[in-house]
Design a protein around this ligand. Structure first.
Ligand code: ATP
Ligand code: MG
Length: 437
């Protein structure tokens, strides 16, 4: 009984009165003596298969009821209405085949009756994703990325793919993973920043990329990965405000698409009440932000101008604002060299962060497109402009003003679904302890 993808019936589509061939995993077997039930599970859901032993071929009954849970099988038979069956229908089999048997002992219980710790889950992602609430995360992640691409296309952006093996980092030495490239030192790219900017001076003008970024973060936190997926925008003639508008459109567009197209996945995650942000995120200047944080009284030491927002500060501020928000006009000294300063105040930058109440989602700003200032910026950051000549050179041949941002896809999914650890939103996360699988 070969399973033909063209004629196979999925559990959710089985209709009473039809003959069907189904295939999937054995979720459960309940043998009550004269009658037994096998619950078959496939990507669409579950369906009951009924074995009235007196009525069926002995060999068929024997084969079906002696296999272990999670084996892959196919069943052919008549679909009948049955009120007592979990989905209101059941299959009366006339053929049964074991396609791939499962061992009796499993490293993780896909029925979820026995809970597993995150490391065990990550070691056994194949089995972990047999749980509907885990599969749902990755269905939603796929929908988020689909919606993001669609929004970018509506904004007139072209999708690009830039190299991940590079000669120099984006922002210099720290957090870089060195590799050997034919006997020469090279690095895994921290961000597509410089490459996407190079495309601003090309005929493309507005570009986006969805791709991996690599950070040799020393610390193990619930929101840092060593390989993350970044959603990046760069657009000619955008200022920081335009870039923030685009971030609002992308983020709310992703929420809307998930609310519209992922109902069953949201239900599997217990998120039937999923709400879409209104798309008009408050924009606080850095100065207002530190005042708000200090006013909460939650920090042991009040923040002063020039301090970065610590995790505690982000949490206090997020609690006070209570929705997505931007922090704008950061001190220039704590933003990278490629961010442009305000025209009337070199101490203040056009840099901004997009925040979820619980953590940072994106960083962006208007870029420094004036060649001379850019070179000075490199020097001020302790970088050798000569090593970045491939980049700075292009600012001498006609580079429009531009702005953009990088948004963590993993953090977007994590915060959207209220996951406690960013690793839950990543199939095979890379962190200090984890290089395999
Ligand atoms: P943080 O301060 O939270 O470590 P960052 O400011 O170093 O983040 P950026 O360089 O601004 O990060 O990168 C832009 C976005 O990419 C971040 O806002 C975040 O969503 C995502 N991102 C960056 N580094 C990581 C990481 N190590 N793990 C997961 N996501 C990351
Ligand atoms: Mg940042």
């Amino acid at each position: 009984m070969a399973v033909d993808p063209e004629t196979r019936t999925y559990a959710a589509d089985a209709e009473p009165g039809r003959e069907a061939t189904l295939a999937g995993w054995v979720h459960e077997i309940r043998d009550l003596g004269g009658i037994a039930f096998l619950i078959l599970r496939d990507t669409t859901g579950k369906i009951q298969v009924k074995f009235e032993k007196d009525e069926l071929d002995d060999e068929l009954v024997e084969t079906a009821l002696n296999i272990h849970r999670e084996s892959v099988v196919s069943v052919a038979g008549a679909v009948e209405a049955e009120d007592r069956a979990p989905t209101g229908v059941e299959v009366v089999p006339n053929a049964f085949e074991v396609i791939s048997p499962a061992d009796p002992e499993l490293p993780l219980d896909p029925s979820g009756k026995v809970e597993a710790e995150l490391p065990t889950r990550l070691d056994n992602r194949t089995l972990d994703l047999r749980k509907p609430e885990v599969e749902a995360i990755f269905e939603i992640r796929a929908e988020v990325l689909r919606a993001v691409r669609e929004q970018f296309r509506e904004l007139g952006c072209t999708e690009i793919n830039t190299p991940k093996i590079v000669a120099t980092g984006t922002e210099g030495g720290t957090e870089l993973f060195p590799i050997t490239y034919f006997g020469q030192e090279a690095f895994m790219n921290q961000s597509p920043q410089l490459f996407k900017q190079l495309m601003i001076g090309s005929g493309l003008e507005r570009v986006f990329e969805v791709g991996p970024i690599f950070r040799a973060e020393e610390h193990n936190t619930p929101r840092h990965l060593n390989e993350a997926t970044s959603i990046d925008l760069e657009a000619a003639f955008f200022d920081a405000g335009d870039a923030m508008d685009a971030a609002e459109a992308i983020v709310t567009g992703a929420y809307e698409a998930v609310a519209r197209n992922c109902r069953s996945q949201l239900e599997a995650l217990g998120l039937a009440e999923f709400s879409v942000p209104d798309g008009d995120f408050p924009r606080l200047t850095y100065e207002e932000a530190i005042e708000r944080v200090n006013a909460t009284g939650e920090l042991a030491e009040p923040l002063v101008w020039g301090d970065d927002l610590s995790t505690e500060a982000e949490r206090a501020l997020g609690g006070a604002v209570g929705e997505h928000y931007f922090v704008t006009e950061w001190p220039s000294e704590i933003k990278p060299f490629y961010i442009r300063d305000l025209a009337d105040d070199p101490d203040v930058s056009t840099g901004f962060d997009l925040m979820h109440p619980s953590l940072e989602l994106a960083s962006g700003g208007q870029r420094e497109h004036r060649h001379d200032r850019l070179v000075v910026g490199f020097e001020q950051q302790g970088l050798d402009p000569a090593a970045f000549e491939y980049y700075t050179k292009m600012f001498r041949y006609g580079m429009p003003p531009h702005a953009g941002w990088g948004l963590g896809a993993d953090r977007l999914v994590m915060t959207m679904l209220g996951l406690e650890n960013v690793r839950e939103a990543v199939l095979f996360p890379r962190d200090r302890q984890r290089l395999s699988p």
